[in-house]
Write a protein that binds this ligand. Structure first.
Ligand SMILES: [Mg+2]
Length: 190
């Protein structure tokens, strides 16, 4: 498609999309006495397994403990997709609900995504799910990828929503497109 008609503006969630925390969650939950499988680790599943107070402990370890947080890996082929998006000059953004941005940035640095692909100008940290919609609208995001249906449901102003489900644990859903890899996303984004 010629560049002048390519109006895509892409938005990414961080955890569960750029970053794979699932193995870490299994390990942390294991230490807390929960014998969960990888397929139980996505946010919208694990929250139904762990007691609320234990979920808080797990989230605190994952997102606020620098040592543990830095153990997260990237999703396969994410750097490759970002490199291609960048080379096409398609605008893209990170909109994350991480409440400790310095730790998020350290992780992205350690995994080679910051400042190569994300920096202060294209990375935004918000609090509430609805704020993701507000920020996406403000940035003119046309395509947004998240691993939680709860978030996609509130992104009313984003015309193209993608559910990133790398473990294939969610059923197909009506108002968004399910993808299981960054290679699959490339078909929509490049
Ligand atoms: Mg997420």
């Amino acid at each position: 498609m010629p560049r002048h008609v390519d109006k895509k503006i892409i938005g990414f969630d961080m955890d569960g999309v750029l970053v794979d925390n699932c193995p870490l969650k299994v390990a942390i939950a294991g230490k807390m006495g929960y014998n969960i499988k990888l397929a139980d680790a996505p946010s919208e599943i694990i929250k139904n397994i762990l007691k609320p107070e234990d979920l808080k402990v797990l989230q605190s370890a994952l997102y606020h403990d620098i040592k543990i947080s830095l153990g997260a890996k990237l999703m396969p082929n994410v750097s490759d997709l970002l490199r291609k998006i960048k080379s096409k000059n398609t605008p893209y953004y990170l909109i994350s609900r991480r409440s400790d941005p310095p730790i998020a940035i350290k992780l992205l640095c350690a995994r080679g995504l910051w400042p190569k692909y994300f920096n202060e100008a294209n990375a935004f940290f918000v609090v509430e799910p609805e704020e993701k919609n507000t920020k996406a609208k403000e940035l003119g995001v046309t395509h947004y990828v998240d691993d939680e249906t709860k978030i996609l449901n509130v992104l009313a102003d984003v015309p193209n929503r993608f559910l990133f489900d790398h473990l294939n644990v969610f059923p197909e859903a009506g108002h968004y497109t399910k993808v299981s890899s960054h290679k699959e996303l490339a078909k929509f984004f490049l």
